[in-house]
Design a protein around this ligand. Structure first.
Ligand SMILES: [Zn+2]
Ligand SMILES: [Zn+2]
Length: 346
């Protein structure tokens, strides 16, 4: 079979490799689609110290069960499945409490849990091996467009679920970046909360798409952005900022526009910082603001995403590339030419 391997810093190669053998608790999935994420670009640009060269890329995978191990129940050959992006152990204390994205065994204090495409072979291939408990049945959801639900659906869902207490009728929230995750975040907020959504996005076509997806306002970031957000909220600030970019410029907007007791979710992986200053002097956050670096999500978050997708309340806007043209897809993502989510089709 073919597999897109990260072979060195900045170097991807589509290689011929054996179809993986499965264990008793595994399934073999014939890939229908594999999503391309900004974090794949971060991985691509790691230096020589990166420990996972040789791994098949891809943490957003959907497909059909092609074989099942001897102990697998509940899934049979031909079933459409979504392969989860968070391969937690399932048995440690955080996992048992339903916080699989903070798994203490397959992750650590500084590392997120095992992820296909990073520490294990991912879905940018003809087949992927996965433990059956890391696959969710898709039912009637089309596997060709479902792959990004594993991250572009899951990660915003987790960020939204962690701020539910702030999303009552009358709440105003900001989504920064209307890309692969941001465009699903807006749909989740519209479908599953009462909050009014404001999008901040420099690309005019993406701003138009944000309005079409139900955002109340879509702003081109400039020096007046914070003033506009404060005006919209009578000077009080917005209840939550979901930052899918994470630059200093976007996090400065978040810190300057968030309301007291509000929340900032830092999801994008750029190099910005939020400063929590103890002093009464200088630029500081309002009292009570809750800042989280958001990572992935839990099985409960994934279930909600799948329910919303099955109800057609959310859908990923996919742009298809043949697996053989993966390099072109990566180049288009890097150049900002992709609206929605690119998926590779084997
Ligand atoms: Zn991702
Ligand atoms: Zn665990």
């Amino acid at each position: 079979m073919r597999a897109l391997k990260l072979v060195g810093p900045g170097r991807l190669e589509l290689r011929e490799v054996p179809i993986p053998e499965i264990g008793d608790d595994d399934i073999l999935v014939e890939v229908a689609a594999a999503g391309l994420c900004h974090s794949d670009l971060h991985i691509l640009h790691q230096g020589e110290q990166w420990p996972f060269f040789g791994t098949t890329m891809g943490h957003e995978t959907s497909g059909h069960v092609a074989a099942t191990g001897a102990h697998v129940t509940g899934l049979t050959v031909g079933d459409a499945v979504l392969v989860r992006a968070v391969w937690a152990c399932g048995g440690c204390r955080p996992c048992l409490l339903g916080r699989e994205n903070a798994c203490a065994v397959n992750g650590s204090r500084s590392a997120f849990p095992l992820t296909p495409g990073i520490g294990a072979d991912g879905g940018m291939a003809d087949f992927i091996r996965v433990a059956a408990r890391h696959a969710d049945p898709l039912g009637d959801i089309d596997p060709r467009t479902a792959a990004p639900l594993a991250d572009a659906g899951l990660t915003p869902m987790h960020a939204v679920n962690s701020t539910r207490h702030l999303l009552d009728e009358g709440a105003t929230v900001v989504v920064i970046g209307f890309g692969g995750l941001g465009h699903v975040a807006v749909q989740i907020l519209r479908a599953d909360t009462a909050a009014a959504v404001i999008v901040i996005e420099p690309d005019a076509a993406k701003r138009a798409a944000a309005l079409a997806a139900g955002a109340e306002l879509a702003l081109n970031p400039d020096t007046g952005t914070v003033a506009t957000l404060l005006e919209r909220t009578s000077g009080y600030g917005v209840d939550v900022v979901y930052d899918f970019v994470g630059t200093q410029a976007t996090l400065d907007i978040a810190a300057a526009a968030v309301a007291p007791e509000g929340a900032i979710r830092v999801i994008g992986l750029a190099d910005g910082a939020v400063t929590v200053r103890a002093s009464l002097e200088g630029e500081r956050l309002p009292w009570g603001v809750d800042v989280q670096r958001a990572y992935g999500g839990t099985s409960a978050d994934q279930s909600t995403v799948l329910r919303l997708a099955a109800d057609h309340a959310i859908a990923v806007d996919t742009i298809e590339y043949p697996l053989a043209e993966a390099q072109r897809a990566f180049a288009d993502l890097e150049a900002g030419r992709i609206a929605g989510r690119a998926v590779l089709i084997p």
